[in-house]
Design a protein around this ligand. Structure first.
Ligand SMILES: [Zn+2]
Length: 487
């Protein structure tokens, strides 16, 4: 049976570490890269008799995410013990939320630029939003590191507030899964609740995937892929796993429900364990923690909901008259969006400022491996540089030289640099003489301009630019030529 006769169904469970000062149930600081087991106390070590105390900031941040994604928050939520035995959780249960999580429903909009670059022309369902099942809050476990014949455990991570975002099986392709993760990350970073950096383990992902024949409604048996630690791993492992399941079904074999993992060396999925029944964690309400009323939290976050990325795109399009694509690029990163807004505010042409930022600044920063937030040039200077071109003080090519010089002297003023480089506007009577010379020397093209040929006008402008050694403003020269020849 050809592969087009099968449909894949994908759901994602994403764990996100919240950016809080202290842990979920104790006062230990949340920090990365500290010596192992230095950020601990009896509570996060799970010592007998230690009692948990709720981190209100973590609850507020989770509700904030829920409000941004259109989730419902129950009036009262509670905490449950998820029981299992493993060295990364010495009290033998993890405090989580079972039947009354902080957020229910909602959805994640898939942004065009969040799809893989090579796929953005082939988006099947533009404007799609992936439905969410729930978002709950729990404590992270300790980090185990497996050595040759022993394992070490670092409890610095144990107790970090961890938000679990569970999607419905509403994702149709590996590329949509990529778009989902990138869009979700963008929203989380925008709202300031997490840096959501997958490489640092701040965002981790498990995937459920099944395939079924196109003419059936019943979902196929699902396979869980555990601990995928990058967006590209999610895409590659899903492509592999979907192909594997189709091959099995084509050969007449049944899919056995199981947990698999991705092997980055062999570029294949491999089985970890077969799941005959659903895991039984014997959830029960944690007697050490009271249920939480959510009304005050909701009221507080609603007064100051951050703008969502797609809302920012729409505002940029209307406020600055830039294209949807440019607005999407600028809004794809919070720091970049802020840089652009500061640069464009008060500038003569916000559209030209967008061109400068996207076409020149981003490339230069990438080459120098500098983040936008660390850009040495203040945004106002990019606005000022664009204004110099708009006012006809310098040409576009001269502006590029001033831009390069700004990187060396970020404190200098673009106008001062232009002057220092000798980029002064050409004397207008001198330019007028050059125009007359160019017309006299090129009677053929001049005649064509008179008859309405714009390309001939560009040719004459080029001649004048040469005569003025690049000092004349090409836009003004073209206008003057047209005025002279067409009246
Ligand atoms: Zn602690």
């Amino acid at each position: 049976m050809p592969r087009e006769d099968y449909i894949a169904t994908i759901g994602l469970e994403v764990h996100v570490q919240l950016k809080t000062n202290s842990k979920m149930f104790c006062g230990c600081p949340v920090k990365f890269g500290e010596p192992p087991n230095t950020l601990t106390c009896p509570t996060c070590l799970g010592l007998p008799g230690a009692l948990p105390v709720l981190n209100a900031g973590a609850i507020e941040k989770t509700i904030l995410v829920g409000q941004m994604l259109g989730c419902e928050t129950p009036e009262v939520v509670k905490w449950d013990r998820k029981n299992y035995f493993y060295p990364d959780m010495p009290k033998n249960y993890q405090i989580s939320q079972f039947d009354l999580p902080l957020c229910l429903g909602g959805g994640v909009p898939l942004y065009e630029l969040a799809y893989p670059k090579d796929f953005q022309k082939d988006i099947v369902n533009p404007g799609k939003s992936v439905e969410l099942t729930r978002i709950h809050l729990e404590e992270d476990v300790a980090k185990s590191t497996h050595h040759d014949d022993f394992t070490t455990i670092d409890f610095n991570r144990a107790g970090t507030p961890l938000m679990e975002i569970v999607s419905e099986p509403d994702i149709d392709s590996p590329e949509e899964a990529v778009a989902y993760l990138n869009s979700l990350r963008q929203i989380l970073v925008y709202s300031g609740v997490s840096d959501a950096d997958m490489e640092k383990g701040q965002m981790r992902c498990d995937v459920n995937v099944s395939v079924r024949k196109k003419d059936t409604d019943e979902l196929g048996t699902k396979i869980e892929l555990k601990n995928l630690n990058s967006v590209s791993t999610v895409r590659r492992s899903l492509h592999y796993e979907i192909g594997r399941q189709i091959d099995e079904l084509d050969s007449g074999n049944a899919i056995v429900q199981a947990t698999w993992r991705w092997n980055d060396d062999t570029e294949q999925t491999q089985i970890m364990r077969v799941k005959e029944n659903a895991d039984d964690y014997r959830y029960f309400p944690d007697p050490d923690l009271l249920p939480v009323k959510t009304g005050d939290f909701i009221a507080r976050v609603q007064t100051d909901l951050p703008e969502l990325p797609h809302e920012k795109v729409a505002r940029f399009e209307s406020d600055y008259q830039i294209t949807h694509y440019d607005a999407s690029v600028l809004a794809s990163d919070g720091a970049l969006a802020e840089f652009y807004e500061t640069a464009a505010t008060g500038a003569k042409s916000p559209k030209k400022v967008a061109n400068w930022v996207i076409n020149n600044l981003l490339g230069e920063l990438k080459e120098r491996e500098i983040e936008v937030s660390d850009c040495p040039i203040a945004p106002e200077k990019i606005g000022g540089l664009s204004d110099l071109v708009e006012a006809g003080t310098i040409s576009n090519n001269q502006a590029k030289e001033v831009f390069a010089a700004l990187f060396e002297k970020p404190d200098a003023n673009p106008a001062a640099i232009a002057k220092e480089m000798g980029f002064e506007p050409a004397d207008s009577s001198e330019v007028d003489t050059f125009i007359d010379q160019a017309i006299a020397a090129n009677p053929g093209p001049a005649g064509e301009v008179a008859e309405g040929n714009d390309r001939a006008a560009n040719f004459l402008t080029g001649q004048v630019m040469k005569l003025s050694r690049g000092k004349a403003n090409p836009k003004q020269v073209t206008e003057a030529i047209l005025a002279k020849l067409r009246g």
